[in-house]
Design a protein around this ligand. Structure first.
Ligand SMILES: *[C@@H]1O[C@H](CO)[C@@H](O)[C@H](O)[C@H]1NC(C)=O
Ligand SMILES: *[C@@H]1O[C@H](CO)[C@@H](O)[C@H](O)[C@H]1NC(C)=O
Ligand SMILES: *[C@@H]1O[C@H](CO)[C@@H](O)[C@H](O)[C@H]1NC(C)=O
Ligand SMILES: *[C@@H]1O[C@H](CO)[C@@H](O)[C@H](O)[C@H]1NC(C)=O
Length: 673
């Protein structure tokens, strides 16, 4: 973290300049005598200014919060230290080491008035993954991964303060400083139950029909080099009898299983193997499900396992069947997160140059509502830009534990900096197409994954998945998730693939986000599910075929499909140093040869500046280059006459990346005779 400390210092200098313009500073200290912290921690401090008389945690939602909030990353913080927040901006370094606020980016713009102020410090754990990458992130603690005030947070008392009109330099008022003190630590939730391991996925006390299961995942623990757990809440049917081994029951009874898989980056792992969260798909499917099969009297066959859920659960249910048709029978997926990134919510992710605005300048909505006599007046409650900026207060490098960041972590590759390789710049919205390409290449775009594996020498998804995917969404989905469903349907039910009805898609006019599949009443819905199981079992009208459940169709393999494309080794392999070479003729006559350089390969979004270095000395001004550029060195006649050594130095910067300088090897240009 040497770089980060250095940067911190640089930002403090900047901040002291902005104090002249306004002056509000907040100092938060942690007195040693409190004994709240031993050792050093990295984390994110979030400072909230709530309207007078309200609690800062009352409402922190993007579309309704009355608070002003500011976040800052903290490095090597120990008892006795003081954190200072002031100013703030969205430039590349400020989001990594300075202050970033929502809805106002800078504290300098905070309107004078009465506020109730409170600060929270969310500590990050340092983890070294089995692939050698170092990640600093909050690990699950059974608390639902809230974006602020999670388990282990250092918290100040909520304090009433008056923010004055900004003190001009030399004015009587002078710069205002608010002092706060961390004095509590948010405790682990207590629950009546038997706990194995640490706080993750706490096991509650069983009741007669509600059982709590939790296992240590060998695969996740090996990946993260620490004990990791996954759990399930299991609702047994009335009349369930552990001793009953009779096999000929008239109709299957449903055991309802809800996975508990709070993960690093979010309160839900999305149930698949990913480059940033680790092998959660394997943990749930190959470790937890066999355990459940051994513990309860399940039908341990694909036709007896139905995946269902809404929103995130809608995506998980669909992805689980699409990736593991050998394990699950069918999905009833309701208003799923985007099944096709042709529309990621309402962003045309493969074609837009910006995730916040379309080419015509319109802002892209993220949360909306419909009103008016016919519910046809659409109002945007939060734009994608607002929601991303709000997330950025709570965490940089996709660590806010909020939705857009969760998608970045689940769908994305790992960046060279160890964090999710974000698909766009979180401040400006500039899309990085190469980052987005990894989402597809790792198979996270369900439509494209199905298309790519429709019929290949190994996978035969066109045949295997026919009649097994049921998807429901309403045209008035609050988060525009109907757009991704429509794009998915166009692809898989299009003329090139399955044709109409290959996947069973229900789009209900006017329906919003929420409710059961097709808005069915619960018993009616469960009968639909049991009906599918009955029909597709060995004695049913349309049993699942051997092709349908062939292990060959298994996808999302952790090493081969995910880490090979998006893991640490892949991040290292996509880097390259600049190269300089002499091209052309071999003639040493002037003009007979050209000195050209390539700028190297860097992660998407790294901004580059190049400079020629001649005989060890920087020559001329640094100049902006882009990845893929080829640059030419124009040597002077004197240089050509006397000979010289030249190399290309390239400096790369990216938000949340360490600045890096790479140099080509020196190329010797011989003296012309
Ligand atoms: C601020 O809130 C307190 C309650 O916390 C209330 O007594 C007081 O009148 C409020 N002040 C103003 C100016 O609204
Ligand atoms: C970020 O900080 C580094 C190190 O202090 C500096 O070299 C670089 O110019 C800064 N970048 C921006 C965009 O301010
Ligand atoms: C409008 O939406 C509300 C809430 O979803 C619903 O109760 C009402 O029936 C809808 N009205 C019409 C005309 O669709
Ligand atoms: C789609 O599935 C629903 C049950 O969810 C069923 O009622 C409907 O007939 C199916 N549609 C087609 C075209 O098979």
């Amino acid at each position: 973290m040497g770089f980060a400390r250095q940067l911190n210092w640089a930002v403090v200098l900047l901040a002291s300049l902005t104090i002249v313009a306004n002056g509000l500073r907040v100092e938060i200290s942690l007195p040693e005598e409190k004994g709240l912290l031993h050792g050093k921690l990295d984390g994110r401090v979030v400072l909230m200014f709530a309207p007078n008389g309200t609690d800062p945690l009352d409402d922190i939602e993007v579309d309704s919060t009355p608070n002003h909030m500011f976040g800052k990353n903290i490095f090597d913080f120990s008892a006795g230290d003081t954190i200072t927040l002031s100013g703030g901006s969205g430039d590349a370094n400020a989001t990594a080491t300075g202050v970033y606020g929502f809805p106002l980016v800078s504290m300098d713009d905070l309107p004078p008035g009465l506020y109730r102020v409170q600060a929270f410090l969310n500590p990050y754990d340092r983890a070294e993954r089995s692939d050698g990458s170092i990640v600093r992130v909050k690990f699950p603690c059974g608390d639902g991964a809230p974006q602020v005030n999670g388990v282990g947070s250092l918290v100040t008392a909520a304090t009433d303060v008056e923010v004055m009109v900004g003190g001009e330099e030399g004015s009587a008022a002078g710069p205002q400083t608010i002092s706060l003190t961390f004095d509590t630590v948010t405790p682990v939730a207590s629950f009546a139950g038997s706990e194995i391991g640490r706080c993750e996925q706490g096991n509650y006390a069983d009741t007669e029909r509600l059982k709590y299961v939790k296992i240590r995942s060998a695969k996740l623990s090996a990946f993260w080099d620490r004990d990791m757990y996954v759990g399930a809440t299991v609702l047994l049917p009335a009349g369930y009898d552990t001793a009953d081994t009779a096999t000929s029951r008239p109709a299957p009874k449903l055991i309802l299983v809800r996975f508990r898989h709070e993960a690093p980056f979010y309160d839900d792992s999305y149930g698949v193997n990913t480059a940033n969260l680790g092998p959660y798909g394997d943990a749930l499917n190959d470790e937890l499900i066999p355990y459940l099969d051994a513990t309860f009297r399940t039908i341990a066959a694909p036709y007896g396992r139905i995946q269902e859920g809404g929103s995130t659960g809608g995506w998980i249910s669909a992805a689980s069947v699409i990736f593991r048709p050998d394990l699950f029978g069918a999905c009833f997926s309701s208003y799923p997160d985007s099944l096709s990134f042709q529309k990621h919510q309402d962003i045309a992710l493969y074609s837009n140059t910006n995730a916040y605005r379309n080419d015509d300048g319109t802002r892209i909505g993220s949360i909306r509502k419909f009103s008016g006599e016919h519910n046809d007046t659409e109002t945007i409650l939060a734009t994608v830009e607002q929601e991303n900026h709000w997330e950025l207060v709570f965490g940089t490098s996709s660590r806010s534990s909020l939705q857009w960041d969760a998608w970045n972590a689940v769908f994305g590759a790992q960046g060279l900096n160890g964090s999710p390789l974000e698909p766009w710049d979180k401040v400006t919205g500039e899309v990085y197409p190469e980052s987005v390409a990894y989402w597809k290449e790792m198979g996270m775009d369900m439509a494209e994954y199905i298309a790519a594996n429709w019929k290949t020498p190994t996978r035969n998804l066109g045949e295997a998945l026919r009649g097994r995917l049921f998807v429901y969404v309403g045209t008035h989905d609050d988060y525009y998730l109907n757009e991704g469903v429509a794009a998915f349907a166009r692809r898989v039910n299009g003329p090139d693939l399955g044709g109409p009805g290959w996947a069973n898609i229900t789009v209900t006019p006017g329906a919003k986000h929420g409710g059961n599949y097709q808005r069915r009443e619960i018993w009616n819905y469960l009968e639909l599910v049991t009906g599918w199981v009955r029909d597709h079992g060995p004695a049913g009208a349309t049993p699942l075929t051997a092709t349908a459940v062939s292990p060959q169709n298994r996808g999302n393999r952790f090493d081969e499909d995910v880490m090979r494309v998006g893991g640490r080794a892949a991040a290292l392999a996509r880097q390259a140093d600049p190269i300089v070479e002499i091209q052309g003729g071999g003639s040493r006559k002037c003009g007979g040869s050209r000195i050209v350089g390539t700028v190297g390969r860097w992660d998407p979004g790294v901004r580059l500046e190049a400079q020629w270095v001649v005989d060890g000395v920087a020559s001329g001004k640094p100049f902006a280059v882009k990845q893929g550029d080829v640059v030419r060195y124009a040597a002077s006649n004197t240089q050509m006459k006397e000979g010289f050594g030249v190399r290309l130095r390239v400096h790369g910067t990216k938000r949340n990346y360490e600045d890096e300088t790479r140099e080509s090897k020196v190329v010797m240009v011989m003296a012309r005779r």
